[in-house]
Ligand binder design. Structure first.
Ligand code: RTP
Ligand code: MG
Length: 160
């Protein structure tokens, strides 16, 4: 009996290893509420199960300066200081995920900003709810455009 390869596709040509000019990166943050509740692994699991690659993972404690840059678009809004206080309330798992259309793809995995409205099956829909807190707590952050992703990755992973 002869042994035969069962696939004509070389192992290094699987979709999982394909990087190209269209490969995108996004910044995902498991916010302090997510880390406190032991959901960091669940967020990584969902990213990997969807097929995205992890290009960087680091547990970090934010600073007011880093958050002022990260949330520059929200400086001056009524929820800005509560948001900063919340993001300083514990460690954050910072993740760079990679794949075609990953920015849009992770926003879809995360679900709506308002966790009460977020669809079941999404991270926020499954694991977050509304509380009587000064700012919405919704487990994860995901960059909202490839341009935001590049800016945010440079802030959280200066060596990547
Ligand atoms: P994120 O930046 O965290 O991925 O969330 P997002 O794009 O869905 O929402 P964004 O408008 O960028 O707001 C950033 C985070 O601020 C908190 N937030 N609280 N009215 C409120 O209390 C309020 N609005 C926004 C949330 O934690 C939101 O994710
Ligand atoms: Mg945002």
């Amino acid at each position: 009996m002869t042994t035969q390869k069962t696939s004509a596709t070389p192992a290094n040509a699987t979709p999982e290893s394909a990087t190209s000019a269209s490969t995108e990166r996004t910044l995902v943050l498991v916010k302090p509420d997510g880390v406190r509740r032991g959901l960091a692994g669940e967020v990584l699991r969902r990213l990997e199960a969807k097929g995205y690659a992890l290009a960087g993972v680091e547990l970090v404690t934010a600073t007011p300066e880093l958050l002022a840059q990260h949330y520059a678009e929200h400086v001056g809004k009524p929820f800005y200081q509560p948001l900063v206080d919340f993001m300083l309330s514990g460690p954050i798992l910072a993740v760079v995920a990679e794949g075609q259309r990953v920015v849009e793809g992770f926003r879809s995995l995360a679900g709506a900003t308002d966790p009460t409205a977020a669809a079941p099956g999404t991270i926020r829909g499954d694991f977050a709810r509304t509380w009587d807190t000064p700012v919405i707590q919704n487990i994860v952050h995901g960059s909202d455009s490839p341009e935001s992703a590049a800016r945010e990755i440079a802030l959280w992973f200066p060596r990547l």
